[in-house]
Design a protein around this ligand. Structure first.
Ligand code: MGD
Ligand code: MGD
Ligand code: MO
Length: 838
């Protein structure tokens, strides 16, 4: 251990005042308003809450930025008052004997209410026991999820801080969002592209002639951001609609975005998971016509000459002609040729979403887009090339000049011996930038997130991952906060088996979600509206600093995650809570510190012309501080510097250039990811021989929810059909099956079965069905999900050995009119508390 850390720590503890200096002022600052309006923020934007007699009666956006509606903003009251966990609870068999807790009864057992203090002691004791008996690696705290916004109450970081200080944990790498793209892109372009600023919207609106939405549903997905949505993206897509640009939508579904651009955009619907073949057809056509930018390929890329034999079929006997592609993707060869030439002859911006890479061999999709764009030669030119985050967190909204607030960090691994905290084992690690904050890995042992069920079921198994070998630890303790893994992970029935492996599972939750129901110990947690916090808006724009003022009192004895982990520290070892809270800091102390850091920098930078007031004044005023774009940020063109000087501004790839062919990946020698982009048949798709089922299932991100969040609000009335999650099915397909609008249907395959309500429409191509992810899993005794969670039907395989991302959008299913089977229980219980809970 470093002496410096001992000193730092000693200083922190001895300087701990009896009453934090800010306490008196804080009382006034934290006083609740009983009547009137309160400003706060959520993932879904800056909000104004109306309270009457201390109760939320309404929530609405702070400002109207565009005419595009955002239904997530009006549900605050439901989020505070519905389906709450009302007390700390322990699963009956676990409470009876934590050493023999009958994990096979998880999700089935009764629950028993316990005193908060007892639950704290129980968790601290069992965690310590697990670490002593099985080592720190047996404790899993990867704990992925879309927890609430705010830089203080960030549940996952707070968990990691606790887990690090008490001795370390097994974590995860990557995420579900961009599991494949974030791993392949650094090999191809030197950085991940998916969480990076895009060519600015003003540049696109001025210079692009053609805008392509390749699997892009921005009118839905821009409803949220990781910090808080600034909603600038809506404003710009609105301007795009009113412009004279040609818009081409490539998507099996005419989504809300397709409808928004109806009459303006052309809708082209390929078979799901075949986009790479379609792009290869375009590339081959450009090559055969000599219509590609040889100079760009020469100066800015490597490996095109090794890719050509694949295009021409010299290497594998199949020329990737538009006709070849058409057979696979179902789009006519003429259209493929026409699009290729159009993109070549006009300044074209290809905006791609992430659904296309949440599929088997998902790495290939974005790699092929970059390759196609390299042939078009417009990368680094104003309004040309590609952008992988226009649909997410308002990418392309120019970055504002101003202050950036700090946040909680996950601290370092601590050393605990005989009930005493001895100090830190290593230096502090700081959090990353907002857009990629969750990619920061603070654990020593980590595996790709989407392999969680595989890891639980196969301890000791070694997998390949991006050139490394990773051996799964034997996980015996899970602590999850701010996520809903029983809902979000693929192949639920396998996942449930995996979740019955460890001895202990602890969950901090607001609601009785399916994940809370699958735990042993549950702590009821506050919603973000029951505590104070501070956040920024705009993951890329850094547009506002927003005071998140507590709206109502904490409900039903719910505790903040910060409180729970502070109390766990106290129970775990003497002296730990002081370190955890950095000398006794309250939520207001942290908020003030984060504010002051930013305000100091802003006020010192006179060029900004913005003076931020004292913290107390600012908090009292309860309004966001707004920052503004600069001429430079409004003119930002991604890859422009590289284009101007590929030597001085070399990319972070081994060659410094765009890698159409990667020697690094070649050396990994993977069967399922080669050295250049390729078409691989997915494990299930519509063009396969001996299809195991008839329809391709896509499970998009939900319009009226954030994943599973808001399932328990009145928004459900907007979409539920036959009181279940809707399944979108093509009119002709439905007719053949005798299914009508509103019918209750069974959707099934070899992996499981769910109920859904039929939504019959021409807005989806034939052979494809769509069920939004996020419906709360609600199994009956036979394992039929009565509410309609599509993950019961999806496949839990990795994209490839390279990225190990999830493949949620690769699955075939069958569908039929629901016929009642004798004894089958289909009463919806998703929103009811489990046995033993109030
Ligand atoms: N089939 C299919 N599956 C998918 C996807 C798909 O496209 N198709 N997409 C995947 C993707 S990209 C993602 S990101 C995941 C999302 O999966 P998740 O992020 O796990 O989904 P959420 O529903 O947002 O879960 C967040 C949970 O945190 C709780 N929570 C909120 N605030 C707090 C807090 O302050 N403290 C605590 N303790 N809890 C809190 C909420 O109540 C909620 O239950 O789903 C993945 N799953
Ligand atoms: N309202 C709302 N917004 C959200 C979220 C939410 O839950 N609700 N979640 C947020 C999160 S965590 C993430 S990761 C992002 C997700 O953003 P994305 O991953 O981009 O969203 P998806 O819904 O998976 O898919 C986007 C589009 O791709 C299309 N698509 C799917 N498969 C294919 C295919 O094989 N080919 C083609 N051409 N198109 C295909 C879908 O039909 C859809 O229109 O959204 C964020 N925004
Ligand atoms: Mo995501």
């Amino acid at each position: 251990m470093k002496r410096r850390n001992f000193l730092k720590l000693g200083a922190a503890v001895s300087a701990l005042p009896l009453i934090p200096s800010s306490m008196l002022a804080a009382d006034k600052l934290t006083a609740l308003k009983k009547n009137g309006e309160i400003l706060t923020a959520a993932r879904w934007g800056i909000l104004k809450a109306s309270v009457k007699n201390g109760k939320i009666v309404k929530s609405a956006p702070w400002k109207i930025i565009s005419k595009i509606p955002n239904t997530l903003q009006n549900t605050m009251a439901d989020l505070v008052y519905n389906t709450r966990i009302k007390a700390p609870m322990v699963r009956k068999s676990y409470l009876a004997d934590p050493d023999n807790p009958k994990p096979e009864l998880r999700g089935l057992d009764e629950w028993v209410e316990v005193k908060y203090e007892d639950a704290i002691k129980l968790v601290a004791r069992e965690l310590k026991k697990t670490r002593e008996q099985k080592g720190a690696d047996s404790v899993f705290a990867g704990s992925y999820g879309w927890q609430s916004t705010g830089n203080v109450h960030v549940s996952r970081t707070l968990l990691h801080r606790f887990m690090n200080l008490t001795g370390g944990f097994t974590g995860v790498t990557g995420d579900y969002s961009t599991g494949a793209a974030q791993v392949i892109m650094p090999h191809v372009t030197g950085s991940n592209q998916v969480y990076e600023q895009q060519t600015s919207w003003p540049v696109v609106l001025e210079n692009s002639k053609v805008v392509v939405f390749w699997g892009l549903n921005p009118i839905s997905t821009l409803r949220v951001a990781w910090t808080s949505s600034d909603e600038q993206g809506f404003k710009y897509f609105e301007q795009l609609k009113n412009s004279d640009k040609e818009i081409i939508i490539i998507d099996p579904i005419k989504t809300v975005s397709g409808k928004y651009f109806e009459g303006k955009a052309r809708w082209i619907a390929p078979r799901p998971n075949t986009d790479v073949a379609m792009m290869l057809g375009m590339a081959q056509h450009l090559y055969s016509q000599g219509k590609y930018d040889k100079e760009f390929l020469q100066n800015y890329t490597v490996g095109f000459e090794k890719f050509v034999p694949y295009l021409t079929g010299q290497s594998d006997g199949a020329a990737k002609t538009p006709e070849w592609a058409s057979e696979i993707c179902g789009i006519s060869a003429d259209v493929i040729k026409e699009l290729a030439i159009k993109f070549y002859e006009n300044r074209t911006m290809i905006m791609a979403g992430w659904g296309i890479q949440r599929a088997h061999h998902g790495e290939q999709a974005h790699w092929m887009i970059v390759t196609l764009c390299a042939m078009l030669g417009q990368i680094g030119l104003a309004g040309g090339g590609f952008g992988f985050s226009y649909h997410y967190a308002n990418g392309g909204a120019p970055t504002c000049a101003g202050g950036v607030i700090g946040g909680m960090n996950a601290a370092s691994v601590g050393i605990v011996k005989d009930g005493k905290f001895l100090g830190l084992a290593q230096d502090q690690k700081q959090g990353g930038e907002a857009a990629q904050a969750w990619l920061v890995n603070t654990a020593k042992v980590a595996f790709p997130l989407a392999r969680i069920a595989d890891a639980l079921l196969n301890p000791g198994k070694t997998i390949d991952a991006n050139g490394a070998k990773i051996t799964y630890p034997k996980i015996d303790f899970i602590y999850w906060v701010g996520g809903n893994p029983i809902v979000h992970h693929q192949d639920t029935n396998t996942n449930i088996k995996a979740w019955r492996k460890p001895r202990t599972i602890v969950v901090n939750e607001i609601y009785w979600t399916p994940t809370a129901k699958m735990a042993d110990i549950v702590f009821p947690t506050t919603t973000q509206y029951e505590r104070n916090d501070i956040t920024m808006s705009g993951d890329y724009s850094n547009m506002h600093i927003i005071p998140m003022k507590q709206v109502v009192a904490k409900q039903h004895g719910a505790k903040d995650d910060y409180q729970i982990f502070t109390d766990l520290c106290k129970a775990y070892a003497d002296g730990l809570a002081e370190v955890y809270t950095d000398g006794g800091k309250t939520e207001m102390d942290w908020i003030k510190e984060f504010y002051k850091g930013a305000a100091g920098a802003v006020n010192a930078n006179t060029a900004l012309g913005i003076q931020m007031p004292s913290f107390e004044q600012w908090w009292e005023k309860n309004e966001p501080t707004e920052f503004y774009e600069t001429p430079e940020s409004a003119a930002y063109v991604s890859f422009e510097d590289f284009r101007n000087d590929p030597v001085l501004e070399a990319l972070g790839t081994p060659s410094g250039l765009i890698e159409i062919y990667s020697d690094t990946i070649e050396a990994m020698n993977y069967k399922d990811c080669g050295a250049h982009p390729m078409w691989f048949e997915p494990v299930e798709w519509l063009g396969m021989k001996d299809k195991p089922a008839k329809f391709h299932l896509l499970s998009l991100h939900p319009l009226d929810r954030l994943h599973s969040q808001q399932s328990n609000t009145s928004n459900r009335k907007r979409y539920a059909i036959a009181d279940r999650e809707p399944v979108l099915i093509n009119t002709e397909d439905a007719k053949e099956l005798g299914i009508k609008q509103g019918d209750l249907v069974r959707v099934y395959n070899a992996r499981g079965e769910i109920l859904a309500g039929a939504n019959v429409s021409d807005d989806i191509m034939r052979g494809v069905v769509q069920i939004f992810e996020g419906a709360w899993y609600d199994p009956n005794a036979e394992g039929l999900c009565k509410n309609g969670n599509p993950n019961v039907l999806t496949i839990d395989l990795p994209t490839s050995e390279l990225a190990n991302g999830n493949i949620a959008h690769t699955a075939l299913v069958d569908i039929e009119l629901y016929k009642h089977k004798a004894g089958e229980d289909i009463k919806l219980t998703a929103f009811m508390p489990p046995k033993g809970a109030k």
